[in-house]
Design a binder for this molecule. Structure first.
Ligand code: 0A1
Ligand code: ZN
Length: 891
């Protein structure tokens, strides 16, 4: 049995129903016997009644799914079927003594597990994925994060096929089977109590690279990365990233590693990026394997971030974990914030901030405005796997950043220290976190500011901050009036104001920051001030401002809001050139471009067109001229807002108008600044040795941004340049940048380049993912037909999540193709989701989300989308995962 729906709609689980577990489990002794026909798991649990439970008589009610139950014993007594109750998802033992030893034997078939949750096989090797509720597919258990136990795991398997046997903690014994030739075993003991979602085991024919790290208190830690044979040479960057993460966590958070071994295993079949199992992280190969010929600069940076993320979880998630899954952001928001700051420190902080905000806007703002909008701490869910969302992760990280903005760096660190001092070894809530943060700073959670801050966890939706400034030349004052509104979201019609930290600067006519003095203050303060916007409307008056300043609001994107501030184009151009805050220099350019493109969309809807003003073209020319100051920043500043972001600015998305207007502006810039783009291209060639220094990456980013502009014209000189880059590329960054442009182009060599690439890389799965993606993202009119054809390609497999994300996921990120007016994109996605759902509900559910966001389109598209969604929800045997998303989108 699995968790699929028959006829009854599934019920939601509510935060308000949380109750402590009736039983606790102190120790778990697992014996896992792996054979080709099945895996047999014997689990010995030391259970006792929870003194904090509401009932002193409740039965021991264990979760289990898709398990074959072979035997149950209590205190060595074999139970018969009348001694317990077995349903498709629970095993209930009544009448136990207050303390008991329960031994349960189950059988599963990992080779048939296509959902990649629980115990499964990837490339012939065994591995596990237990977060959030996968452990119940291995054995019956109290599968909830507030039950923390010490684990001993013995794995037994055939030695020749599975020479490597790994689990959490330390290897304490191993040997050959005493009874069967060719089989061996290994025993692992984890001294740290943990929830079962952090359990992991791996058995396979793997090789590893090894390094060491000495913690600041002198602990010698062995670091190993396990991969399939042949991939050893691609692990160096991941290992370097791990060591940097370990050092950074000591330096910045005072947190040290707590075991003598840290293992990472890379598997090619994995639903997500990676998993922080205690001392045995399991990774998607995408976030481990990298060489310059096979991985792009973006891949290298992604590896650094994800390795750090999983390592940082050792404290934020593992040592202190979540009481229940509604608290997911307690560990995820905090850990994303930590990995963002780590990557900012390792690379360029402004560039990292811009990229993080781009992602937040692209995916989280979109989620917040749609049918699955939920708060950072959700109130209810049908399927918890659906809540590993940009809101819980990325908006959650913004909440952490706001604590730091409001408390200052030192105050934030005090709060973190108190959090660990209070809660190490516990399963806690976001309320506990807030209490530690504010109490460490001599304040109280009930103080008005913090009571209001709490709403960042409970209210969904993206606040809109609007306002205007007024300069009084006679009084020499500048008054800023700001208003906040929070749109209604499903289940939350009425909202209250939240505390919004607005980082503000005022630029004088010379472009320099003014020292800021608020009315009533005696001395001038800093040039960037944090204004706490707590009311629906509030004014702030600055004195000693003789001339009208240009305000720079929300510096560094100090809060996850939409800003709708009255500022003319001239002021934005001024900020682009002069703002001391790099984020806002970038932001000013994006705001201007957004205005221009949307004006052109409107003009096109009336049968006309607007031309880009010379001032804007000059500003872009300036960006190019100054690109040498920070090339990655310049590449970001040259990129126009995405079609997705532009669509978000409209109640009704004009898919084709946005596509045409954006392309129109790219072509205008390419024509007007052709020489400058060509110069930027030629001046930043990085032929020769490959490095991933910020300088080398910046040169590639700028050169490829320039090439993309030149190719917007799709003319002969640009084609020749692009083709030459493809043919001579020394790095994957350059090869794939050129191939993506070729895939968009109508040039004759298109087919041969794509064929050449596939032929060259057919044995590199991760590189083939890029090949699928560039074709699915192509602007050519036949993209959907090609995507359909590629689903049959020998390198494609619908069972492999990376392949699905690369081909189907990329297609849904191609707005003008996915949202084709005839509904063909929607129908294709519905077919694919239904096929996927039978194999892997988590992946199916991720894929269906773009379809679920159907409302802001015209009625023709709405009807096509609705029909596709109704077809999905009307299908028998749908997973809870897909049901939850689709039913919410139709509600
Ligand atoms: N905790 C992991 C993410 C993760 C969540 C669920 C998974 O399987 C369904 C796998 C990984 C992280 O934040 O990296
Ligand atoms: Zn995480």
């Amino acid at each position: 049995m699995d968790s699929r729906l028959d006829t009854a709609p599934p019920h939601a689980i509510h935060l308000r129903d949380y109750a402590p577990p009736a039983w606790l489990i102190d120790t778990v002794d697992l014996h896992v016997d792996l054979r080709e026909e099945a895996a047999t798991i014997r689990s010995t649990l030391a259970v006792r009644r929870n003194p904090a439970a509401a009932s002193a008589t409740a039965a021991l009610d264990l979760d289990g799914q898709e398990l074959e139950l072979l035997a149950v014993r209590v205190d060595n007594r074999v139970l018969g079927p009348d001694d317990y109750t077995l349903t498709p998802d629970r095993l209930t033992l009544a009448g136990l003594p207050d303390q008991a030893t329960v031994e349960i034997t189950t059988r599963t078939r990992p080779q048939d597990n296509t959902a990649l949750e629980g115990l499964y096989k990837s490339s012939g090797n065994y591995c596990t994925q237990c977060e959030a509720e996968g452990f119940r597919k291995i054995t019956y258990f109290l599968d909830r994060p507030d039950v923390m136990a010490r684990y001993t795991t013995t794995i037994e398997a055939e030695r020749a096929r599975y020479p490597v046997l790994l689990s959490n903690g330390n290897l304490t014994a191993n040997g050959d089977s005493a009874t069967e030739a060719g089989r061996h075993w290994a025993r692992w003991e984890d001294p740290w109590p943990k929830p079962c979602y952090l359990f992991a085991l791996v058995a396979g024919a793997l090789v590893h690279i090894e390094d060491r790290f000495t913690t600041r208190s002198g602990r010698e830690v062995a670091l190993r990365i396990y991969v399939e044979p042949g991939n050893e040479a691609k692990c160096g960057h991941a290992m370097e990233s791990l060591k940097k993460s370990m050092k950074w966590d000591e330096d910045v958070y005072g947190l040290e590693y707590d075991l003598d071994i840290f293992n990472i295993v890379a598997v090619s079949d994995f639903n997500m990026g990676a998993m922080e199992n205690k001392s045995l992280n399991v990774f998607n190969t995408k976030y481990i394997l990298a060489q310059p010929e096979t991985a792009t600069d973006t891949d290298f940076l992604g590896i650094e971030t994800v390795v750090a993320h999983e390592y940082f979880h050792n404290w934020t998630g593992n040592r202190v974990t979540c009481r229940d899954w509604f608290q997911l952001s307690l560990k995820e928001g905090l850990t994303v914030f930590r990995d963002q700051e780590f990557s900012a420190d390792m690379n360029s902080a402004p560039v990292k901030r811009i990229q993080d905000v781009q992602r937040l806007r692209q995916v989280q703002f979109n989620e917040d405005a749609g049918p699955t909008a939920h708060s950072v701490r959700p109130e209810s869910y049908i399927e918890i796997s659906n809540f590993y969302t940009p809101t819980v992760y990325e908006k959650g990280a913004e909440v952490l950043r706001m604590y730091r903005t409001l408390l200052g760096h030192a105050g934030y660190r005090k709060g973190i220290d108190l959090y660990f001092a209070r809660h190490d070894g516990q399963a806690v809530t976001t309320d506990d976190f807030l209490a530690a943060m504010v109490e460490a700073n001599g304040q109280k959670p009930t103080d008005p500011l913090w009571a209001q801050f709490q709403r960042w966890y409970t209210q969904a939706g993206t606040p809109v901050v609007s306002g205007e400034g007024r300069h009084d030349a006679t009084a020499g004052t500048y008054t800023l009036t700001l208003r906040q509104t929070l749109p209604a979201t499903p289940g939350q019609p009425d909202k209250a104001p939240q505390v919004i930290p607005v980082a503000l600067g005022l630029l004088g006519p010379d472009g320099q920051d003014l020292p800021l003095t608020l009315e009533g203050e005696r001395e001038a303060g800093a040039t960037t001030r944090i204004l706490a916007l707590t009311e629906a409307e509030q004014s702030f008056t600055f004195v000693d401002v003789p001339q009208a300043p240009v305000p720079s609001l929300l510096r560094g994107f100090s809060a996850p809001v939409r800003l709708d501030f009255k500022q003319d184009d001239a002021a934005l151009t001024f900020l682009m050139a002069h703002d001391s805050d790099a984020f806002n220099r970038w932001e000013a350019g994006q705001t201007l471009a957004t205005r221009l493109i949307l004006a052109d969309v409107d003009a096109r809807a009336q049968g006309g067109e607007t031309a880009a003003p010379q001032a804007y073209i000059d500003a872009i020319a300036q960006t190019l001229a100054r690109a040498g100051e920070d090339r990655t920043f310049a590449a970001l500043a040259l990129a126009l807002p995405t079609e997705g972001y532009l669509g978000q600015q409209r109640v009704l998305v004009d898919v084709d108008g946005i596509h045409a207007a954006r392309l129109g502006l790219r072509r205008t810039l390419a024509r007007e600044l052709n020489g400058a783009f060509r110069k930027a291209y030629d001046g930043n060639r990085t032929d020769g040795a490959f490095t991933i220094t910020p300088d080398a990456m910046g040169r590639r980013a700028l050169k490829n941004a320039a090439l993309a502009y030149l190719m917007a014209l799709d003319d002969a000189p640009a084609r020749a340049l692009c083709l030459a880059q493809y043919q001579g590329a020394a790095t994957m960054t350059d090869a794939i940048a050129a191939l993506a442009l070729i895939a968009d182009s109508a040039m004759d060599e298109r087919a041969s380049c794509l064929a050449d690439f596939a032929d060259r890389w057919k044995h590199e799965a991760l590189v083939m993912d890029k090949w699928f993606a560039v074709q699915a993202l192509s602007d050519r009119p036949d993209t959907l037909d090609r995507v359909r054809g590629l689903m049959e390609h020998p390198s494609f497999s619908i069972r492999n999540p990376n392949k699905v994300y690369a081909l189907v996921g990329s297609f849904t990120a191609n707005p003008s193709k996915f949202h084709a007016a005839d509904g063909s994109g929607y129908a294709f996605l519905a077919d694919t989701v239904l096929t996927l759902d039978k194999l892997n509900p988590q992946v199916a559910s991720r894929m269906v989300k773009p379809l679920a966001r159907w409302r802001p389109y015209d009625t023709g598209r709405q009807e096509h989308a609705r029909a596709a969604l109704e077809r999905i929800v009307g299908t028998a045997g749908l997973s809870r995962d897909v049901y939850e998303i689709v039913s919410k989108s139709l509600a």
